[in-house]
Design a protein around this ligand. Structure first.
Ligand code: FES
Length: 655
């Protein structure tokens, strides 16, 4: 069982629950306790000193503290992990600013309402373990003179009796193997059956009982990232899962550039092979990690956007990007995994989640399934943020979907020091309202390399809410900090000085970067606003906002609202679903009912084409400001700005 401890921070008196091994700096960041942290937690700046007053922490070695300081209880927060209840004092020199900073944060609305992705599995819609493909052991009577029915009839008859299915068919391959397989162990036979609906097909036959251990694979085929989960079909549990970058990335960052590449000679074949290689690598990794053999895999359930699904299946995608944007199909037949190039045995079938349109694909269907939106009684908005943002609004009675091009800014593209959410990326930022000094955390507590999406959102909202950036996204001049300066691309903020980075250059955030972020958030907000208004409702009427995708992992509701990326609704209505595409693929792998629900979702979803909507551009232009031209729609942001008053920061280091 996981051990839980209480960590109390002084002087702010903030308390958080922690698990053994949780990083102290990360806990402080989550609790809005400010500690100087200039190097992302890599241990190079030596600024995150705290004093352990009660309890103990485990500290990794570093060279920043002398014996005298250690005796006084000093540790580096970024190098310390929790091993007991602990009381931590943040000394004045490690606080950003002074008590007034803490008071101001304490007065800010509570945000501890976000739902961690790993909690979402507990909220999945009700489902029964009834996989669409599985192994069934049968032992029909051996033939005799009294009953000399053909082998196939004998097998079908017994399987129909055991499963209760009336219609049982036999594949050609299973038929060819049946005579010898059936007699190898005296008519003890395991049938690999595929029964996505009420028709059952025997796809493989094996001698003896091999049904005791059986597994399925669920795949989220993302444009950037691919995740694969190994599922135990007897329990429905996830045995293990693993992720990697889609190796198609080397042929183009986004779906449009991949479609263009696919039209070149051998382009489609290269992209198909690249996707297969990534998925196959993850499968082999999972199998070797768990000791599960490939022969125990029954089937594969895959969810991906429409372009990814086309490319993976080797289907011509070019018309997806040409007016009137038609995919070859939004529904795909079950296919042999081996035929696609996956290293799985013959007879293992693969299913791709159905989509709705060229830009609302199977990943969104899977997300709507896993998020429970299709069952919801209340008005729910589901948003999957990536280069393309897809969204669905509705409830159990109706659903509308749309897609918009947000650009790559939230994935670090088009931002000078933007990067994907990998090791060394700055993923969380807080800025001291008084000194404009930052507190940053990097993925893996490494020396900073750049800033990923959640870090960019944190950074821009903190700069805006602390008066360093105005509503047009321009830096206020004359601020008494060396961090705001004129750079080659106009105004910029130095987030990390070169000495603390892994790239030996200042990591800066420029006005050009801000423009790109404003365009991305403007596109998403405008699409959501228009979608809701198309059914005569307002964003304020939305009772639950579900954010899908890894993007939302460290996204905080208050920061996203401050930017005008999300509407100003009570924060508890905003929840993060995590990788809902993978969760949906899992559900479809485990339950025939869920598979059918996915088809029903597609039948119910109405697609709205925003690119031709006459007022989309007006909504977009209005959303290009922080948080929006209509400040009345953002009352909590207005309050926070009013509370800030005129911007009068003091130089860093002054008390
Ligand atoms: Fe801990 Fe820099 S040494 S954040």
């Amino acid at each position: 069982m996981t051990e839980r401890f209480t960590v109390s921070f002084l002087p702010s008196n903030r308390r958080v629950l922690a698990e053994r091994g949780d990083n102290l700096l990360r806990l402080a960041m989550g609790a809005d306790v400010h500690i100087n942290a200039s190097c992302g937690g890599s241990g190079t700046c030596g600024k995150c000193r705290v004093v352990i007053e009660e309890g103990a922490v485990e500290e990794r070695p570093h060279k920043h503290l002398g014996a005298a300081e250690r005796q006084q209880g000093y540790v580096l927060a970024c190098h310390s992990t929790v091993v007991s209840d602990v009381t931590v004092r943040v000394p004045l020199e490690s606080q950003i600013g002074d008590r007034r900073v803490l008071d101001r944060e304490a007065a800010a609305p509570a945000v501890g309402t976000t739902l961690a992705a790993h909690d979402w599995e507990a909220r999945l819609p009700h489902w029964n373990l009834d996989p669409p493909a599985q192994k069934v052991f049968i032992s029909p009577e051996p033939p005799s003179l009294a009953d000399a029915a053909p082998d196939a009839d004998r097998l079908r008859r017994e399987l129909a009796r055991v499963t209760g299915e009336s219609s049982v068919e036999l594949s050609f391959r299973a038929l060819k193997e049946l005579p010898s397989v059936a007699r190898a162990q005296d008519w003890q036979v395991t049938c690999g059956v595929l029964a996505p609906s009420d028709r059952l097909e025997i796809v493989t036959v094996e001698p003896g009982d091999t049904s005791q251990q059986q597994y399925a694979l669920a795949v989220d085929l993302g444009t950037t990232t691919v995740s694969v989960a190994l599922l135990d079909l007897r329990t429905g549990e996830t045995v293990s899962q693993s992720s990697d970058y889609n190796s198609q990335v080397s042929y183009g960052e986004d779906v449009i550039s991949r479609i263009i590449f696919a039209s070149k000679a051998e382009g489609l074949a290269k992209l198909q092979k690249a996707a297969v290689a990534t998925i196959d690598g993850l499968i082999q990794d999972l199998l070797s990690k768990t000791g599960v053999s490939a022969s125990m895999i029954s089937h594969v359930s895959l969810a991906g956007n429409t372009t990814m699904t086309h490319l993976f299946l080797g289907i011509e995608p070019r018309y997806i990007r040409l007016d009137p944007y038609t995919p070859a199909s939004t529904h795909f037949p079950w296919v042999e995994a081996r035929e696609l190039g996956l290293g799985l045995p013959e007879g293992v079938k693969l299913h791709c989640a159905p989509g709705v349109a060229s830009y609302v694909g199977g990943d969104i269907t899977a997300g709507v399934l896993a998020s429970g939106l299709f069952n919801a009684e209340h008005l729910t908005l589901f948003i999957d943020v990536g280069t393309n943002a897809e969204m669905v609004i509705g409830n159990a009675d109706w659903m509308l979907a749309c897609a918009c091009s947000a650009g790559p800014a939230f994935e670090g593209g088009g931002v000078q020091y933007g990067m994907r959410a990998t090791s060394g990326a700055i993923e969380q930022v807080r800025i001291n309202p008084d000194t404009l000094e930052p507190m940053i955390l990097t993925i893996g507590n490494r020396r900073p390399l750049g800033i990923c999406g959640s870090g960019l959102i944190d950074l821009l909202s903190e700069l805006f809410l602390n008066g360093a950036v105005d509503k047009r996204g321009k830096f206020n001049q004359g601020l008494p900090t060396a961090r705001v300066r004129q750079g080659e691309r106009g105004g910029e903020y130095v987030l990390v000085w070169a000495e603390h980075t892994a790239i030996k250059r200042d990591i800066v955030f420029t006005e050009v970067d801000i423009d790109n972020l404003l365009r991305a958030k403007g596109a998403i907000y405008a699409a959501a606003e228009l979608l809701v208004q198309s059914v005569d409702l307002n964003l304020a009427d939305v009772e639950e906002i579900l954010i899908a995708g890894s993007f939302g992992r460290y996204l905080r509701a208050d920061k996203a609202v401050a930017l005008g990326l999300l509407p100003d609704v009570p924060y508890e209505r905003i929840k993060f679903v995590g990788n809902s595409s993978l969760l949906g693929a899992k559900l479809m792998a485990l339950s025939r009912d869920m598979l059918q629900r996915a088809d029903e979702i597609v039948g119910k979803l109405t697609y709205v084409e925003l690119s031709v909507h006459p007022s989309y551009m007006d909504h977009y232009v209005s959303a290009l400001f922080l948080p929006h031209t209509n400040l009345d729609a953002f009352p909590t942001v207005r309050e926070r700005l009013q509370a800030l008053g005129p911007r009068t920061p003091r130089p860093a280091g002054s008390q």
